[in-house]
Design a protein around this ligand. Structure first.
Ligand code: ADP
Ligand code: MG
Length: 461
């Protein structure tokens, strides 16, 4: 049966979704179209909205396009031509494209009125993250003092200011505390808070829709740039180039830049050297793990903030839980309050233990080991453990590996690095990538979610 030509592209999108994930498909392929098929020359003509998309797709996805379109067109082998709707004379042959390292060109597209930056909503959402409710202990005192000093002397003292530490230790809190402080003191100050993930996707969209100029404008006229989790720009070369550019513009104008990250600039894999050295050029402060006493103080402060009180006993019990992640401690506290209120009891130590026991008993992180997870996942996908640890990147193996990495992170307390090393991945960003991928997939695909839950249940049985 022959495919109707107009069906080719939707069918290709479906295949691509399987092979490279919906994110890549939405970002790149949905912006393109299948123009025509020259059956005699056996050449498929594709069009991209701009040269950036074209070059990116050509450099990275040519084999996928050739293979899948050939299959859909029932041909052994096909050629590809990329046409550009805006520059009709300039068709290019894919095989002529070398590695693309074109500098970012800021194309003044049609000027449209700019949307106000998303600061307001973001800041309101985090109005609770202030200096006055940030508990200071020896683990975060440098970062805290520096954050206050930076808020005091914007752009002149430590620029950039770089805060790093593990997840749940208060980086985002501190970042917003600076933003909120500056906002109260200088109402006229333009502040932009942005997670690096968002920065990456906004940038990609700006390129797709030829809005780089507007995007850049948004960043050019701000006084305080707060970028959360900057590690997420790793391996995103074009975004890094743009970030580097914005960084320089702001820095030269003595505008303050503050970034947070889960590791030191030098430990972020896939970061261009010049970006790394910029990030290191100001003050780098770490937040480490809180001591037991600080955990107790934080729990009490969080309880007060919710208008409740916890006894010392209960606060100490929660602080003694196997975690230094403050977000987890907060979660435990909330569970205690919820349980007490549902069962109409006071939050006593016994009640707290009951509230938390159910959670700690069946499959608390430490109970499941890395080898157990890998074995279970391998069995579920009919693969061997060695295959999961191998360099093989076929679709099935890569997917199973991602599932294993995801479950290892979810069910154990091991660090990203330890998890990566266990599957012989040198670079912990591989793990981050896997987590993102599975997290996304499971949101979109009920079967994947069921599979994950099934494996989890098996492991805790
Ligand atoms: P990170 O960005 O480092 O992953 P967050 O800033 O999101 O961590 O912190 C997680 C939670 O823990 C937040 O609700 C935050 O308010 C709280 N938290 C962390 N450290 C402290 C602290 N020192 N004092 C008060 N709350 C804290
Ligand atoms: Mg954070």
């Amino acid at each position: 049966m022959n495919n109707a030509i107009e069906d080719i592209w939707p069918e290709f999108l479906a295949i691509a979704r399987e092979e490279v994930g919906s994110r890549a498909v939405e970002t790149w392929f949905c912006a393109m179209s299948f123009v025509r098929w020259d059956a005699q020359a056996k050449v498929a003509y594709l069009s991209a909205p701009n040269t950036f998309v074209r070059d990116w797709v050509a450099a990275r996805y040519t084999p996928l396009l050739e293979r899948s379109l050939a299959r859909l067109l029932h041909e052994e082998k096909i050629g590809l031509y990329f046409t550009q709707p805006h520059e009709p004379g300039k068709n290019i042959i894919v095989s002529e494209i070398k590695e693309i390292e074109q500098p970012l060109s800021v194309v003044p597209a049609v000027r449209v009125p700019m949307k106000p930056p998303r600061t307001r909503r973001d800041q309101q959402a985090h109005a609770l993250y202030r200096f006055d409710n940030f508990v200071v202990g020896s683990h975060n005192s440098l970062a805290y003092a520096a954050a206050q000093a930076v808020a005091d002397r914007l752009g002149t003292l430590y620029n950039p200011f770089f805060i790093y530490g593990n997840s749940g230790l208060g980086k985002t809190h501190l970042l917003h505390a600076i933003g909120n402080e500056v906002r109260t003191r200088h109402a006229d100050c333009t502040i932009l808070y942005q997670s690096a993930n968002r920065f990456v996707s906004d940038f990609i969209n700006a390129i797709r829709f030829d809005k780089v100029y507007q995007f850049e404008l948004q960043y050019r006229n701000i006084d305080l740039l707060l970028i959360d989790d900057i590690q997420f720009i790793s391996n995103k070369e074009q975004t890094q180039e743009f970030f580097f550019h914005i960084f320089n513009v702001l820095h030269q104008a003595h505008k303050q830049i503050i970034c947070t990250s889960d590791s030191l600039p030098r430990d972020i894999a896939g970061l261009a050297d010049r970006v790394r050295s910029r990030l290191e050029s100001g003050l780098v402060a770490d937040i480490s793990e809180p001591s037991f006493e600080t955990k107790v103080a934080i729990i009490k402060r969080k309880a007060e903030q919710q208008g409740s009180m916890v006894s010392d006993e209960v606060a100490e019990y929660i602080a003694s839980l196997e975690t230094t992640n403050v977000r987890d401690l907060e979660g435990a506290l909330i569970r205690v309050f919820a349980y007490a209120s549902l069962t109409k009891q006071e939050p006593t130590l016994e009640v707290a233990q009951q509230a938390l026991i159910r959670r700690t008993e069946p499959k608390k992180k430490v109970a499941v080991t890395l080898p157990a997870i890998v074995q279970k996942v391998a069995a579920r996908f009919s693969l061997s453990v060695d295959q999961l640890k191998s360099k093989a990147r076929t679709k099935d193996i890569a997917h199973a590996r991602h599932v294993a990495l995801f479950l290892m992170k979810k069910l154990t307390n091991h660090s990203l690095r330890e998890i990566g090393t266990f599957l012989r991945r040198r670079d912990h960003t591989t793990v981050i990538h896997a987590l993102e991928k599975i997290e996304q997939l499971r949101g979109e695909d009920a079967a994947c979610d069921r599979l994950l839950k099934g494996i989890e249940e098996d492991l805790s049985a």
